[in-house]
Write a protein that binds this ligand. Sequence first.
Ligand code: DGY
Length: 324
Amino acid sequence: MSKRPTVVVTRRLPEPVEKELSREFDARLNRDDRPLGADGLQEALRTADALLCTVTDRLTAKVLSAEPRRARLLANFGVGFNHIDTNAAKARGLAVSNTPDVLTQATADIAMTLLLMASRRTGEGERHVRAGAWTGWRPTHMLGTQVSGKVLGLVGMGRIARAVAKRAHHGFGMRVIFHDPYPPTPAEAAELGAEPRASLEQVLEEADFVSLHCPATPETRHLMNRERLGRMRPSAFLINTARGDVVDEAALVEALSSGTIAGAGLDVYEKEPQVSPALLAMENVVLLPHLGSATQETRIAMGMRALENLRLFFSGAPLRDRVV
Ligand code: DGY
């Protein structure tokens, strides 16, 4: 019997993915779905050929220093890989892959969901009805902010931002502006009805809605700090489906409570799964539990893409989605 590579799958995955993984690999599944923690990850690095990991696994330089290490690949389930110290991985000759493309549409849908929920006060409205507080229709009840025709400012113009621009411009008649150090071509931007701005600050000052779509890197940590939140309009909303680190959560709490900005829609947090207690108590913020890619279709596609990376790697072919 040929020896199949051993793959530690750090969290539960949709059933079709787990089945396929078990068929092709000696897959160690996580039936309890509990995060492995630093010790569990080190044990996996010592005893498996690869880890199929997720955003909940903190693969720091310390964790990656496990010796003797058997693993040669970290096949990440997700596009963002800020939870992996890629420099440490590279220095140790450990390959890293991710799963781009397949979650673009689902994540863009969640950005639009947050934008609509925050501006139309739908979370608040739902709580109101469920609490039995609704006394009936009236012309001045729970008025929100119109979305159609407004200005959407995109911070970063990668795949997900472009999918958001498409929805916002072609679906909601929004004017789209963006800032990205690596912008799309003028023709690509024009197709999305998106106009570049030379600086992030210009986007913040002009937009009615600011949606974050940059990766979490040391450079983008707390990109939305007190000063930049202060550049936004008092009537504007901040939407974050990227990573929690990109926003200084304490500064956001202050901006929301002082009226510096009107509201926010968040899918990600600085200390996930912890959410600032102040945010939990606010009505002008919509809070989702990192649902960006959470559809059956997308999570299966992400799993299959991670599986494809494993398959390519162990057959000696170049990785499709190599990060390092
Ligand atoms: C991603 O792919 O980055 C999602 O946020 C899950 O990690």
